[in-house]
Design a protein around this ligand. Structure first.
Ligand SMILES: Cc1cc2nc3c(=O)[nH]c(=O)nc-3n(C[C@H](O)[C@H](O)[C@H](O)COP(=O)(O)OP(=O)(O)OC[C@H]3O[C@@H](n4cnc5c(N)ncnc54)[C@H](O)[C@@H]3O)c2cc1C
Length: 380
């Protein structure tokens, strides 16, 4: 990491400690959107973290970005989703958009003036994205979109989304009939309902509905139909590194809190950290955090140098997200009865962690990708 990157990371770590830590419990339990935090994240440049400086972003590498995500998630994971989903939309425009689209949208995405996310999932299709039913039909210099997206992060407070649709529902193979549009809320496009969740509170996950929504042909990403599926899945390697960093962040937060508590809490005349059963847990937790960190670093380094990293990013995502789940559960055990109290943060880690096993491709799919890659890279 460069000196500048280090400075950015350290200032974000100080900010998370100072601004996020004191309010996380209150906002999480009230499921309240942290508007003030969003303003601070704009100031920090987080909405442009991975956008090119040419368009007003910070242009951070995947390695630095992953470290930032991990450090914020170790305190409170949900706010990461507010800029991360937004950056996936921005990355789609940056990688696949026309020059005109980049000039028009990226500066406003980088400043946070326009915020949003990515709309792929539908009520009937998540993993099997080629089964989506949202359709865009050409009408002169516009397309008319009809359909429903669900589980869309930033769905209520965001105003602009990268939306995957079918421009040719009959196409075979199916992905050739898929396209991505930049869609701003307006007539015919609105958030229909906020979804109530187990964890990942304070951030709005919503159903988005399109009813005869008219979008200009200028907002077809890349300007050519039929590339939407590749554009949507093309960002997944970086997406997986990000989700891995969130999982590793939760795992590190759970370890940090458990380590402290184990030294404060005494039973049978000594701190529980001196009971071997607790020591075994702490050792496993710390080992998971380090292993997750190294897998993420390896995948991010390859991504930054332009090397192929589908195997590495899937391994990082799989391991780090499971580490988040395991460490948050172990922290619950170490905290004993107090883990069940909403006065402590560990119950939040425990509710937030499982999402990392689902997002950016479920862990079942990660295993399948890893196995296919192993065979492909090691032919007989
Ligand atoms: C809080 C939250 C936020 C989200 N944010 C967004 C967002 O911003 N944008 C967005 O587009 N989506 C978002 N999603 C949706 C998420 O990406 C999907 O939930 C995920 O892709 C899984 O899809 P699904 O829920 O339809 O599960 P399904 O695809 O129905 O899968 C169900 C189960 O079957 C397994 N499975 C499916 N196919 C196979 C197979 N071929 N082989 C083996 N096992 C298989 C899966 O691993 C899983 O265990 C979000 C979800 C949540 C919960």
């Amino acid at each position: 990491m460069s000196d500048v990157d280090n400075e950015i990371l350290e200032s974000i770590e100080r900010w998370a400690e100072r601004e996020l830590k004191p309010i996380a419990k209150k906002f999480d339990h009230a499921d309240e959107y942290p508007l003030e935090i969003v303003e601070q994240m704009k100031e920090l440049g987080l909405f442009g973290a991975t956008i090119d400086p040419e368009y007003g972003g910070l242009g951070l590498s995947a390695s630095t970005y992953a470290r930032i995500v991990m450090s914020i998630a170790s305190i409170w994971m949900a706010p990461v989703g507010i800029f991360n989903s937004h950056l996936i939309m921005a990355a789609c425009v940056q990688r696949h958009g026309t020059d005109e689209q980049k000039r028009r949208w990226l500066p406003k995405f980088a400043s946070g003036e326009i915020r949003g996310g990515i709309g792929l999932t539908e009520p009937n299709a998540g993993t099997d994205l080629q089964s989506i039913r949202t359709v865009a039909r050409r009408d002169g210099d516009h397309y008319v979109i009809n359909g429903t997206k669900t589980w869309i992060t930033n769905g209520v407070y965001g105003t602009c989304f990268g939306v995957l649709v079918k421009t040719d529902p009959e196409a075979q193979p199916r992905h050739k009939g898929m396209s991505m549009f930049i869609c701003e809320k307006g007539d015919g496009f609105k958030a229909a309902k906020k979804i109530r969740k187990l964890g990942y509170k304070s951030i709005d996950s919503a159903e988005l509905v399109f009813e005869d929504y008219r979008v200009s042909t200028e907002q077809l990403i890349g300007g050519v139909e039929g590339r939407g599926f590749q554009q949507a899945v093309g960002g997944l390697e970086l997406g997986r590194i990000n989700v891995a960093a969130r999982g590793a962040g939760i795992a590190a937060g759970a370890l940090r809190d458990a380590l402290r508590y184990a030294q404060e809490r005494s039973t049978f005349g000594k701190p529980i950290a001196q009971h071997q059963a607790i020591q075994l847990k702490l050792a496993d937790m710390a080992t998971r955090v380090e292993a997750a960190r190294l897998l993420i670093e390896q995948a991010a380094r390859k991504y930054d140098t332009g090397e192929r990293c589908d195997l590495e990013s899937s391994m990082a995502k799989l391991f780090a997200s499971e580490a988040g789940v395991e460490n948050s559960l172990e922290a619950m055990r170490i905290f004993g009865g107090y883990s069940y109290s909403t006065d402590f943060d560990v119950e939040r880690y425990y509710r937030d962690a499982p999402l990392m096993c689902i997002g950016e491709g479920t862990n079942e799919m990660q295993r399948i990708i890893i196995a296919k890659q192993l065979v492909e890279r090691n032919p007989l």
